[in-house]
Write a protein of this length. Structure first.
Length: 365
């Protein structure tokens, strides 16, 4: 039968639209937004200055190839800029990868608590998301490999993952890659790589540099503090870069974002300050919240997952914190309805959350 009105592609209406973290608490004057894994230190002052300068020339189109930014990223990481593509956040690049490599009838694997953009991007192409169970809130290579079928075209791995904060070591990523057929694209999403301080971790550069079927995506939204500007980048084999360059928006990164991104990536001292702040407070929060009797999943990123045991208790805790202007993230959409995710905040915010949780649990001093 002919449809009486335009119909979206198969899969589109199966998508649960992404719901971002809340940014306001009704009736509360001072809020602490700890719901979107932004950095409490903000961007480098040099990035803000570069953004302001670029803002004086808004009439000009940006350099659609983001050549200067790719060159700066190349210098920072020792990479060939020709193997880098920039995008409007790494979300843009994840969607472009799905659009380029998935079609009706294909399958793309992600893990149970994997970042929500993966199923959204997959369904948008008409392909089917396949969920691989995690163990201890951590991706499990065997579970992923067991789900590879002749229809599999892509595997999304967030390493570390959001919202769990867990990671798998480089040896495991290599084992995953080794187990995949050569035509399956392994997308390593390393949005939080800069925060990880583990000797057995590798962000994805090595595999993306040396294989034909691995790409790594990165973002300026987290440690660089430029989430508002929407800027991300991807490193991969030349044939994948070529495919993405053919389908990306011709100006998918804007001039102020490019300018700020260059300044941010060159300000390694600011990055180090952010990393140190995170390491200190990630450890402190994990310990203090643990002492209150709430299990916290060990995280290597800039957020923690706090477990409340049941859904009502998690919702009550969320409401209790919200009333005090402490905005955390409910993660039911990530199949974690009994937990809340908290981004590492300023010292003030971190202390207030621990204090409020103690009060919520009736354990306040
Ligand atoms: C795992 C992961 N990947 C990608 C992104 C998207 O980042 P961007 O702001 O670059 O689109 C996020 C943001 O929360 C994330 O948690």
């Amino acid at each position: 039968m002919t449809a009486t009105r335009p119909q979206p592609r198969k899969g589109v209406l199966q998508i649960d639209a992404y719901v971002p973290g809340k940014s306001s608490a009704p009736g509360v004057a001072k809020v602490f937004k700890l719901s979107s894994n932004e950095t409490p230190l903000g961007p480098s002052p040099k990035a803000i200055a570069a953004y302001n300068t670029a803002g004086k020339h808004l009439e000009d189109y940006p350099d659609g190839a983001a050549s200067d930014l790719r060159a700066a990223i190349g210098r920072a990481f020792g990479l060939d800029p020709d193997r880098i593509v920039c995008g409007a956040g790494s979300d843009d690049l994840l969607n472009l990868l799905a659009r380029a490599y998935l079609a009706d009838g294909d399958e793309a694997i992600h893990t149970t608590h994997g970042f929500l953009v993966y199923p959204i991007a997959t369904l948008g192409t008409g392909a089917t998301p396949v969920v691989a169970p995690e163990k201890n809130f951590t991706a499990d290579v065997d579970e992923i490999l067991q789900r590879v079928t002749p229809k599999t075209k892509m595997v999304f791995l967030a390493n570390p993952n959001n919202p769990t904060g867990t990671y798998i070591p480089f040896d495991e990523v290599k084992r995953l890659h080794k187990g995949l057929p050569p035509h399956v694209l392994l997308v390593i999403d390393a949005a939080y790589a800069e925060y990880v301080r583990r000797n057995d971790y590798e962000a994805g550069i090595e595999l993306a540099a040396t294989s034909e079927n691995v790409v790594m995506t990165r973002t300026f939204s987290k440690i660089h503090g430029l989430a508002a500007l929407r800027l991300g980048w991807m490193f991969g084999p030349p044939h994948v870069i070529d495919a993405i360059n053919r389908i990306r928006g011709p100006f998918n990164t804007n001039a102020p974002a490019i300018a700020a991104g260059i300044a941010a990536i060159e300000d390694t001292a600011h990055q180090e300050r952010s990393r140190e702040h995170n390491t200190k407070w990630l450890g402190w929060l994990t310990e203090e919240i643990g002492k209150l009797g709430l299990p916290v999943t060990p995280s290597v990123a800039n957020f923690i997952l706090i477990h409340f045991g049941d859904q009502k208790r998690a919702a009550d805790a969320n409401a209790f914190l919200m009333k005090r202007g402490l905005i955390l993230r409910q993660v039911g959409a990530y199949k974690l309805p009994t937990a809340l995710r908290m981004s590492v905040g300023t010292e003030e915010a971190n202390r207030l959350v621990v204090q409020a949780l103690a009060e919520f649990l009736g354990k306040a001093a």
